[in-house]
Design a protein around this ligand. Sequence first.
Ligand code: BT5
Length: 259
Amino acid sequence: MVKDSLSLEAITSNLETRFIGQRVIYHSRVTSTNELAKQAVRQGAVEGTAVIADEQTAGRGRLERVWLSPKGSISLSIILYPGVTYLPSLIMVASLAVVRSIEAVTGLKSQLKWPNDVLVNGKKVCGILIENSVRGNIVNYAIIGIGVNVNLRLSDFPEILPTATSLSDELGREVSRLEIIRRLLVEIEKSYLALSAGESIYEEWRDSLVTLGRKVHIKSGDNDYEGIAESVASDGSLSLRHPDGSLTKIVAGDVTLCD
Ligand code: BT5
């Protein structure tokens, strides 16, 4: 069995980053790491502060949906103060960091389902929730929230069993959350710094999407669309080709792959 206990010391010691994860707020149980991160912002947290928990009692997905995050999962939020032009790229930063970290630590290949799911063998292993506070062109904060199913037995969670998986279920063995967390911090910093240096991470993100070229159903607000997911733009939006040939640009939504 993998030794899987987290501690502030273990997360931060000799961490090879400049600022991401150099300050960590760690608790074994919290409501939501994104909520704690917002409190930390109000108290003046520095850029790169990470909030990490073993367990969330009120983990959230998009649109206030429930995110199950029992012991054995990773719940992590990173506080950033980026320029407004970088906001659309944060989902790319986060999702690529997850794909790279999972592969580096476990060897498992994962794919991205637009806009914010990471899949292993077609099932959701990770969800990402980015919350920004922006006034005009000024970003008060951006919080990247990442939840990864690491050592969970999905059969204990029948409500998500049909669509979700965990790293341990995929591998048939436990995985070190500590290694994944430390790698995530390094990978998030790498992509975030690349962005600030004017490099693009869009192409790698686009090429990791399983959604492109597929027939999809998309629910976006009150609208339901069906068509072929044709392309994504560097602002993160998706272009959907309808059966009548017309095109809709979609910024956010829930995608079901139809084939
Ligand atoms: C997400 O929302 O996928 C974003 C999840 C973000 C969670 C992180 S954990 C750290 C930080 N703190 C928070 O409070 N949140 C962030 P969405 O695309 O809306 O997907 C939510 C849906 O995924 C739910 O309605 C369920 O159907 C499903 N779901 C819930 N828990 C799951 C899990 N552990 N694994 C896979 N699917 C899950």
